[in-house]
Design a protein around this ligand. Sequence first.
Ligand SMILES: Nc1ncnc2c1ncn2[C@@H]1O[C@H](COP(=O)(O)OP(=O)(O)OP(=O)(O)O)[C@@H](O)[C@H]1O
Ligand code: SF4
Ligand SMILES: [Mg+2]
Length: 365
Amino acid sequence: MAMPGGGADGTAARRDPAGTPADRRRAGAAGRSTVGAGALLEIRDLTLSFQTRYGLVQALNGVSLSVGHRERVGVVGESGSGKSVTAQAVLGLVPAAEVTGEIYFDGEDLLRVSPGRLRQVRGKEIGYIFQDPLSALDPVRTVGDQISETLRIRGVRKAEALRRSADMLRRVGIRDARHRMDDYPHQFSGGMRQRVMIAMALVAEPRLVVADEPTTALDVRIQAQVLDLLLELAEERSLSILFITHDLGVVSGFAERVVVMYAGRVMEQGATDELFYRSVHPYTLGLLESLPRLDGEIPGRLTTIGGKPPSPADTPRGCAFHPRCRYALPVCSEQVPPLVVPPGGGHPSACHRAAWLAERPGVLR
Ligand SMILES: Nc1ncnc2c1ncn2[C@@H]1O[C@H](COP(=O)(O)OP(=O)(O)OP(=O)(O)O)[C@@H](O)[C@H]1O
Ligand code: SF4
Ligand SMILES: [Mg+2]
């Protein structure tokens, strides 16, 4: 399979090896946090830079996040915040010049394992669903061939691999699956192609699925169907999911915990309800303000955060959000705020004014 932005085995990304749906979806979310507590995936202080014609640019600046066993974690942020690069780094698929930090999967640092071991983990233990199935699927090979390949390269015999692939295709809702195995990607609609991608990611029965904007290209109705399917499969197969999206609305119905990223850093993270109702970061609050209200109240107008996210080649000093932040203090343009739980308790926020915001719930809304 073609790996966007990386070599066939993705080793360029790594240091030298020596690492009623909405309610149902949110059930069990309250207060659950697994950071550092036996998580299935734990990313610690990940930094990553690219060599560009402007020199070395830092795309990730110390990202730490975790996904627990059977936990669904959403990563949100505007374009360029580093969501995909983080996800691709987990699978060693990003052609970075330099990577530091740790990426533990079930206790094994994926930044330090051999390329062979990384290939075993990828596909078998971690499945990846790409945003754009058309560029991820090979147009000149049948979908049956592509789904079963994941099993065949792991030594499963051809007949067995094809049988399991057809079963998986049926499970993701493709009718007449056995015959459709012989079709090519262009013979499927956008929503059906995304189901094929899900079948490919899940056929080898991984424990973690990384889904990078899996529904962004779909219309709202199909998007909801695909999200429900993913949720069903997650529950049925005890999956952990790292779900990437720029849409806080999508994440509210899907994830139990949310990580908000901006300019290659984690700005805030916590249980989904905590973030939605008790956010203590102006960036998250800005994203929330730009969502339509779900409580039935119709706002006078939807606001958006003014300005644009910075390029990694030109990230502002101090808090990278300060040029767009209406609550910025002089210290904000000087010192990077650490990601910590504010003194009064709650969840981690990288903001010099987190404690001040915590005392004023709803200050921006
Ligand atoms: N191969 C690369 N070479 C140089 N810079 C890159 C490369 N891949 C990503 N970047 C830069 O790294 C930053 C983070 O990119 P990333 O794709 O992770 O953003 P994202 O949050 O996924 O955004 P989007 O919502 O648009 O998908 C961006 O500024 C991007 O331009
Ligand atoms: S640290 Fe300052 S600039 Fe950054 S989000 Fe908080 S108040 Fe705004
Ligand atoms: Mg992306």
